[in-house]
Ligand binder design. Structure first.
Ligand code: ADP
Ligand code: MG
Length: 279
């Protein structure tokens, strides 16, 4: 059996940097660590990751879609449709491949409610083990900021989670809830045991005392698993608009803040990769 490293980016909140962190971690893992990486966008139908890599037009009319792996016909489809997995995949141009979200995900989420509990959260894990592990070294799953059957599939398949947090989105006293959310998921679903592997303060503006206090608080709350501070930079949003990450630019094309954010994502990747055992 081939093995693959797995990570999900997850916090039960939107706008904290999950999608941005998924993309930058995946690119650094591919470019700096020479890994074959695939990103899966499970975060819904707005197709954030496709836009992030300038693929929004290409993914408009999907030939094969990720939502199919959650259905009971997947084994049949895998056996009978030529290259169905390869047809799901798009090249980002920065190293990683991307399996984009598709509008069928919300129906797939509803249908999973009818699947017996002992199988409900296992479809994605099965897909990762059977279909992705032979092709890739690392899978990064970008999850939405809520808790549904697709999220639980992602957490079950990944086991390891990265939680980005940005100031403003989080009351400081909510920080400890992060682990409690995961523990609650573990207690409610016997077979889903996600681990909070790394917490990372993102969009930190060094000129704002409140941001620095927030980053200090994250570091004090999670001293063992905190990652490097990711600087707030106009480069990230602008380049998302241009369909690329800040890894696609030279130093002299980036602001100082952009260079720092890129280097912090590189450091995050160096720290996180060895913690993801391939399985
Ligand atoms: N380091 C950063 N500096 C500036 N803006 C950022 C940074 N990281 C993320 N953003 C912006 O914050 C917003 C939310 O980020 P996103 O990754 O989409 O969060 P989520 O996936 O958790 O909803 C986006 O508009 C993104 O461009
Ligand atoms: Mg997102």
């Amino acid at each position: 059996m081939s093995e693959i490293k797995r990570l999900a980016t997850y916090v039960q909140k939107g706008g904290v940097g999950k999608t941005t962190s998924s993309a930058h971690f995946a690119v650094s893992a591919a470019q700096d660590h020479d890994l074959d990486v695939v990103l899966i966008d499970l975060a819904g139908t707005q197709n954030d990751l496709a836009t992030h890599f300038g693929l929004e037009d290409e993914v408009e009319d999907l030939d094969a879609a990720i939502s199919a792996v959650f259905g009971d016909k997947w084994d049949f489809i895998r056996e009978n449709i030529d290259n169905v997995v390869d047809r799901m995949v798009f090249e980002t141009g920065e190293g990683p491949d991307l399996i984009p979200a598709d509008p069928g995900l919300s129906g797939a989420n509803n249908n999973l409610a009818n699947v017996p509990l002992d199988e409900r959260f296992q479809a994605l894990d099965d897909f990762v083990s059977k279909d992705l592990a032979p092709r890739y070294d690392l899978v990064v799953m970008d999850l939405p900021g809520n808790e549904n059957n697709i999220v639980l599939n992602g957490l079950f398949a990944a086991q390891h989670t990265l939680a980005p947090l940005s100031p403003g989105q989080f009351e400081l006293n909510q920080l400890k809830n992060l682990e409690e959310d995961l523990i609650e998921i573990t207690e409610t679903h016997d077979d889903v045991n996600p681990e909070l592997t790394m917490v990372v303060p993102t969009t930190i503006n060094r000129g704002e005392p409140e941001h620095l206090a927030f980053a200090d608080e994250v570091e004090d709350t999670y001293p063992e698993i905190v990652g490097p501070r990711i600087q707030k930079t106009a480069d990230i949003g602008r380049e998302q608009g241009n369909g690329r990450t800040v890894f696609a630019l030279e130093d002299d094309e980036l602001l100082k803040t952009g260079v720092r954010a890129r280097d912090a994502y590189r450091e995050l990747t160096d720290d996180l990769l060895p913690q993801l055992e391939a399985r």
